[in-house]
Design a protein around this ligand. Structure first.
Ligand code: NAG
Ligand code: NAG
Ligand code: NAG
Ligand code: NAG
Ligand code: NAG
Ligand code: NAG
Ligand code: NAG
Ligand code: NAG
Ligand code: NAG
Ligand code: NAG
Length: 273
């Protein structure tokens, strides 16, 4: 009986303490999120549409009401930073890596330049990364190839250099990768064959060389393969279309491929282009 009463008293107290601790933690980190966003704003050098000047300020309401920012319903941490096509110029601060609840970042179609901060590799919850159509340079930091929750990964149409990391094999949730229209070179790592959910592979108009790993053609989820305008060599496998029931578009033009087009091409039943 005593134990039960103690339980009745202490259990709610314990829960309350946990709740307070959770609240404190979320508030601490909300401050971290705010600081990260203010740093992001500080790194923006031109905002001709005045997207951020009006309500991206610490004196205004919660950061969750800032244009382009979304927060989680329960924990009120920043889950999305989406400001595509906003004519923003600037670079990306390392502090973005502190937005530890971020699921989506979409800054495509702006004029961001400079390097991708390696700290983005800390965003372990990130599913959607779209920084395409900017002026980012340097190579893709190693850590970014380890963001295992990534589903959509778009860094194409930038001035990026470097190679595709073998760690790409750990991005098993990837559905779309777009890193074309860059200067990314080297060979396509065969680890890409691990990506069993991949629907679109776009590394066109880059500087790829070497052979196309044949296991790419075993990824049956693929709907589009775009590797045109590179320096890929070798011969296409005879069983090219044995495992590609969903392939709609295949563009390997403007490379150094030789040999004949495999007759198995007729087994890609959905091929349109
Ligand atoms: C912030 O700006 C956007 C766009 O101008 C507006 O829709 C939104 O209501 C503003 N939010 C606050 C809290 O002022
Ligand atoms: C990013 O925003 C652009 C413009 O609205 C949109 O076309 C694109 O699909 C978005 N990217 C992602 C990954 O949702
Ligand atoms: C915003 O960008 C678009 C497309 O790049 C351009 O046509 C437009 O003039 C820009 N607007 C401002 C205010 O800079
Ligand atoms: C956030 O990130 C920056 C740069 O990566 C770092 O200097 C800072 O201490 C981090 N932590 C907080 C709580 O803002
Ligand atoms: C990357 O861009 C920045 C800013 O435009 C520039 O200062 C830097 O020299 C560039 N780095 C490389 C390696 O091109
Ligand atoms: C390839 O990209 C360059 C810019 O990097 C562009 O000028 C050229 O038109 C592109 N070529 C194709 C075939 O898309
Ligand atoms: C593709 O899959 C088939 C059947 O599962 C297998 O026999 C073949 O070795 C695979 N090819 C590659 C290059 O992984
Ligand atoms: C393409 O690869 C060949 C060797 O396969 C090499 O001789 C040539 O210089 C490369 N071209 C470019 C533009 O990288
Ligand atoms: C393709 O080119 C390579 C050299 O790059 C050569 O070894 C091979 O025999 C060629 N294959 C065909 C079918 O022409
Ligand atoms: C990214 C970040 O700042 N995370 C912190 C969230 O709050 C807890 C508790 O205060 C810290 O341990 C984390 O480092």
């Amino acid at each position: 009986m005593e134990t039960m009463i103690m339980g009745f008293i202490f259990l709610p107290m314990l829960l309350m303490q946990c709740f307070m601790a959770a609240l404190a933690m979320s508030q601490t980190n909300l401050t971290t999120d705010q600081y990260a966003l203010l740093q992001f704003k500080a790194y923006v050098t031109s905002d001709p549409l005045n997207i951020m000047s009006s309500n991206w300020s610490s004196s205004a309401t919660s950061i969750c009401n800032w244009v382009g920012v979304s927060c989680g319903a329960f924990h009120s941490r920043v889950t999305a930073l989406d400001l595509p096509n906003m004519n923003l110029t600037g670079s990306l601060p390392p502090h973005l890596g502190n937005l530890s609840f971020l699921v989506s970042i979409n800054l495509s179609g702006n004029s961001f330049n400079g390097r991708l901060p390696p700290e983005l590799g800390k965003l372990q919850r990130l599913k959607f990364m779209d920084l395409s159509f900017n002026f980012l340079n340097g190579s893709i930091p190693d850590e970014i190839w380890l963001l295992s929750k990534l589903e959509i990964f778009k860094l194409g149409s930038n001035h990026l250099t470097g190679t595709i990391s073998r760690n790409i094999g750990s991005l098993t949730k990837l559905r779309r990768i777009y890193i074309g229209h860059t200067k990314i070179g080297g060979e396509i790592p065969e680890e890409i064959g691990n990506l069993h959910n991949l629907e679109k592979l776009s590394v066109e108009n880059a500087s790829l060389s070497g052979l196309i790993p044949p296991n790419i053609f075993n990824i049956s989820s693929l709907r589009g393969i775009y590797l045109y305008t590179n320096n890929l060599s070798g011969t296409l496998p005879v069983d090219l279309c044995y495992h590609l029931p969903n392939l709609e578009e295949l563009d390997l033009s403007e490379n150094q491929l030789n040999g004949s087009i495999p007759s198995s091409i007729s087994r890609c039943k959905k091929l349109q282009q």
